[in-house]
Design a protein around this ligand. Structure first.
Ligand SMILES: [Zn+2]
Length: 212
């Protein structure tokens, strides 16, 4: 502090400008990183999968932008409740905790109930069942839907899912809970293309139902 006061008193205006410019140049890469990460998640999501407004099919692209697959929109939300946090949000709590942007959609129910059944939003094969609460995702299940598409279901209370089992919408893969980095009962529902988070709403229509 003493140095700053001395600097302010003794230094000429020109030197102050030089110094300020130097500070801005040093901080600039940081500012750019913040800007890129703010739009990057949404841009990557859009580049990997998007809805064709004419055919109403979801199109999946490779890294070169070539369409590699198209599929119907899903109407099956993985659980009942309401969306408590959308994809890509970066609220104050997340920032204070040093967390990145939200990589999925959170679904909770108004009374914070535990044990609400969770199903897969699309047919696929169970590729991972983590039934031990030892990560930020808590008890979780990952499903491979083919064509580079996968989905992840976090914070479960428990799961009856079995690795390699074929599952379809309606099959129960877990029950809503608050395991892992969670402050209340909810489902963190994440969809990915080539392992990169894509907004689940790209694949879904409507809203989850049955708030109670
Ligand atoms: Zn979440």
């Amino acid at each position: 502090m003493r140095f700053v006061l001395w600097f302010a008193r003794k230094t000429s205006v020109e030197l102050k400008i030089v110094f300020a410019t130097l500070v801005i140049l040093l901080v600039l890469p940081l500012i750019l990183v913040v800007i890129v990460s703010a739009s990057g998640l949404a841009a990557a999501s859009q580049a990997l999968a998007s809805l064709n407004p004419i055919t109403h099919l979801v199109e999946v692209f490779d890294a070169d932008g070539n369409k590699v697959h198209e599929l119907e929109l899903s109407t099956v939300w993985p659980t009942t409740g309401y969306v408590s946090d959308e994809f890509g949000t970066h609220d104050t709590i997340r920032r204070l905790l040093g967390l990145n942007r939200h990589t999925g959609i959170d679904i909770a129910n108004e009374r914070g109930l535990f044990g609400t059944p969770i199903t897969t939003f699309m047919a696929g094969r169970v590729v991972m069942v983590d039934s031990v609460d030892d990560s930020s995702c808590g008890i979780n299940v990952k499903i491979n839907h083919g064509h580079g598409i996968s989905s992840l279901y976090c914070h479960m209370q428990s799961t009856p899912a079995i690795v390699n089992a074929e599952v379809k919408p309606g099959d129960i893969i877990g029950y809503m809970g608050s395991t892992g980095a969670s402050t209340g009962s909810h489902l963190h529902f994440q969809t990915m293309v080539y392992g990169i988070p894509v907004n689940p709403r790209t694949f879904m229509v409507g809203q989850p139902t049955g708030t109670y």
